[in-house]
Ligand binder design. Structure first.
Ligand code: HGY
Ligand code: MN
Ligand code: MN
Length: 392
């Protein structure tokens, strides 16, 4: 593990490529799973290798400090976990770029006047327990650990997890570098940009209940088939989102229970992810979806239920911090994002900013997520400049 020797973004990313690689050519690294634990161990070794002191908080987040942790610090970082079949950059790029930028500052003899830290926030994708940004939400007290973490979960101590003011008070400002999830910087023809804000975002679970039966002996007229109802519900989701410009609604997961070829399902579970400019719009769209889904289910004699999951209000990043970073970078584009981030959770508690790196495909949460070597280097150069400016 020649982490210190090859301190470049591509070099460090290359060290992670084989961890959590899946058969579709993407990366599947659920929070606290084997791949995520391997990545976290790699992070501790790499951060220690560049002279940082790594501590873990009681919510599964890692903090690699340069200087004694203090309230006036500058913290940068992101997450290491991924969605199922995700790309190699969403999360790890922010962590790797932070390590390279801090490693370069240390090697240059730079003497920060305030503490610096590189952070790894836990289970950002919410692939494990359905709550996005779990580590930062536990840290800020936004979620109750006993409501989210299952009995016997060994990745965290449920009884010790939860709001951690001591850790939170040590974060002065937080800057997260992230691959852009969209083509805004492509259209602006710029390698990096600053985030203005994040769409409001909610997650729900839809359940359609029917009557399980035999695929061969049950006449069509006698069926209460929740899968047919689910097909109508998915179309209703698309229709409700198209009716409100800028809204995004996604059914990413559909599970027919019990799931037999020759079995009429008794139940279908669907995930629902809805995002829009503001929370009120999201809730209005979801209300419309619930209404049309209940009708669709009733049409097939099925029952319908909707259960709320995680919720994030729209985020506006700290304008003062953003303009300070913009000045440090000599003027870069500013653009919104539809993707949620830990920086969005922390924004309610302290000045936060996000630095985006151009993604030529615009694709994310899929193996095609990409960034050119030149843009990766432009990103880490910009982050190094930002850290130098904020810690001087
Ligand atoms: O879902 C999101 O927006 C983020 O990638 N967790
Ligand atoms: Mn993501
Ligand atoms: Mn991410």
């Amino acid at each position: 593990m020649s982490v210190v020797a090859d301190l470049t973004v591509l070099g460090l990313l290359g060290e992670l490529d084989d961890i959590g690689r899946d058969e579709r050519g993407g990366w599947t690294r659920p929070g606290f799973g084997p791949a995520d634990l391997q990545l976290r161990a790699w992070f501790v070794e790499c951060a220690t290798g560049i002279g940082l002191d790594v501590v873990a908080d009681r919510n599964g987040n890692l903090w690699a400090w340069w200087g004694a942790p203090g309230p006036d610090s500058v913290v940068t970082g992101s997450h290491l976990d991924s969605v199922p079949g995700g790309g190699r950059l969403d999360g790890p790029l922010g962590v790797v770029s932070a390590l390279v930028a801090v490693g370069r500052l240390r090697a240059s003899g730079f003497a920060p006047i305030r503490p610096l830290a590189v952070a790894v926030l836990a289970e950002e994708e919410g692939s494990r327990f359905g709550i996005a940004c779990l580590g930062s939400r536990l840290l800020t007290g936004a979620v109750d650990p006993l409501a989210v973490l299952p009995e016997g979960f060994d990745g965290l101590d449920r009884d010790r997890a939860g709001r951690d003011d001591a850790t939170l008070s040590r974060i002065g400002r937080f800057v997260e570098l992230h691959v852009e999830q969209g083509r805004g910087l492509v259209d602006l023809d710029a390698p990096v940009g600053l985030a203005t804000g994040i769409l409001a975002h909610g997650r729900w679970r839809l359940t359609i209940t029917g009557r399980g039966d035999h695929a061969g002996s049950t006449r069509m007229a006698d069926r209460t088939d929740p899968v047919v109802a689910a097909a109508r519900v998915v179309l209703a989701v698309e229709e409700a989102a198209l009716a409100v410009p800028g809204t995004r609604a996604t059914v990413g997961r559909i599970e027919a229970v019990p799931g037999g070829t020759n079995v009429i399902a008794s139940r279908v579970e669907l995930s629902l992810d809805v995002r829009a400019e503001d929370g009120g719009t999201v809730r209005a769209v979801v209300a419309r979806i619930a209404e049309s889904a209940a009708l669709a289910a009733a049409r097939n004699g099925c029952g319908f239920a909707i259960e709320a999951g995680s919720w994030s209000d729209e985020v506006v990043f700290d304008p003062t911090l953003r303009s300070q970073l913009d000045a440090a970078l000599g003027g870069v584009p500013a653009l919104p994002t539809g993707a949620g981030h830990d920086a969005g959770v922390l924004a309610a508690h302290l000045p936060t900013a996000m630095l985006f790196v151009r993604n030529p495909t615009g694709v994310s949460h899929a193996p095609e997520e990409d960034a050119s070597e030149a843009d990766l280097n432009a990103g880490v150069d910009a982050l190094e400049q930002i850290l130098r400016d904020l810690a001087s």
